[in-house]
Design a protein around this ligand. Sequence first.
Ligand code: URP
Ligand code: ZN
Ligand code: ZN
Length: 472
Amino acid sequence: MPPRTLIRNGLLVTAADESYTDVLVEDGRVVALAEKGSAVAEGWSAETVLDATGKYVIPGGVDGHTHMEMPFGGTYASDTFETGTRAAAWGGTTTIVDFVVQSVGHTLREGLDAWHAKAEGNCAVDYGFHMILADVNEDTLKEMDLLVDEGVTSFKMFMAYPGVFYSDDGRILRAMQRAAGNGGLAMMHAENGLAIDVLVEQALARGERDPRHHGEVRKVLLEAEATHRAIQLARVAGAPLYVVHVSADEALAEIATARDHGLPVFGETCPQYLFLSTDNLAEPGFEGAKYVCSTPLRPREHQAALWRGLRTDDLQVVSTDHCPFCFSGQKDLGRGDFSKIPNGMPGVENRMDLLHQAVVDGHLTRRRWIDIACAAPARMFGLYPKKGTIAPGADADIVLYDPTAVQTVSAATHHMNVDYSAYEGRELAGRVDTVLSRGEVILDQREFKGRAGHGRFTPRGLCQYLDHPAGG
Ligand code: URP
Ligand code: ZN
Ligand code: ZN
């Protein structure tokens, strides 16, 4: 008989329920749930028994937006699949969905093959892929159908970064039409990049070169305008739309209006927009470079709207947009010119803990915490109920979470391959204690037991927030 693990005495929390429930795991999957203490009566036996007294037993986190080893601004995101997925495990995330980059002039297949080569044999937790469309043309449109069949069912486009990832409205419309036909999910980086580039040029000409100007030129109105435009293009195409890294109240309002009209429009925000602000971008000297990402951090007044959006389900998902660059040697590229600072921030290890803080502070219920961090991303990206919940048949991706622990976040103790923490010195209530990935204990009471190569590529189905035609 395959080895069994019994998790006893914990408070099981899923997006739907919370109750004191024991969990039986066999052969990498959850096989049974029973009221706490009833394992003996049920006749359960197990080689490994984990005592979860005083702990939450929650699904492993699903981080739907990461960039391991991503090329950007003349350098590469500093976490490899090995270091980044190990850090994810430490932070209670057992599945990531990373973005494959199609480079201009190359096929989607070339991009996908390159990403498989980087990830295979190196990951500590399971992983899937989205595809970044940098070059929409007749061939790549056809390739989109093939990718959907291979479990790469979502496609990110950029209204920002002209000359790099940018797609014009015509290309966006064509790709959305294709997604409408093949069941894929269009994902949008919604910022008006052409207008932003004008403002960048003008700011630099005025001698405004510090990191804080990154936030000033990437205006809220240009995020809101692009969000509105993306929604209208998706309507014309008859396609669903997922807006990534929503940072501004006015952009969220566009999504909320669309949803009020019954449109299949979804939104994601990230911890940095909930916990950090333009105050960080304005830190003295070059410190603000640590917080340069796009969409940019906003004045802290936007945070209340984002929390509200998470409560009202106008935003469904919190992902990290983990895209780390070291302060020394990488962020440095933009000293004296903010437009050359590589865009992106670390966070894959911190997401579950930061969001637990919102439970402690009363912004979210425990179940909503699990919904936005586990269940909703799993549904959004076609992984549910294999991932994102604890139920018979689900992969045994399970976290024992200690809500009473107190931790201080620091680059000195984190596991991401980056030389700073965006949350340095922050004291957080709660900490991941033990993590199972497909039934294997990969973090055992804060001792790492995982290995590169345990994590598997996980083909995804279609977005489960939508009705798809038969066969979809
Ligand atoms: O600044 C960011 N977000 N870097 C990663 C690329 C992207 O736009 O998601
Ligand atoms: Zn983006
Ligand atoms: Zn991103």
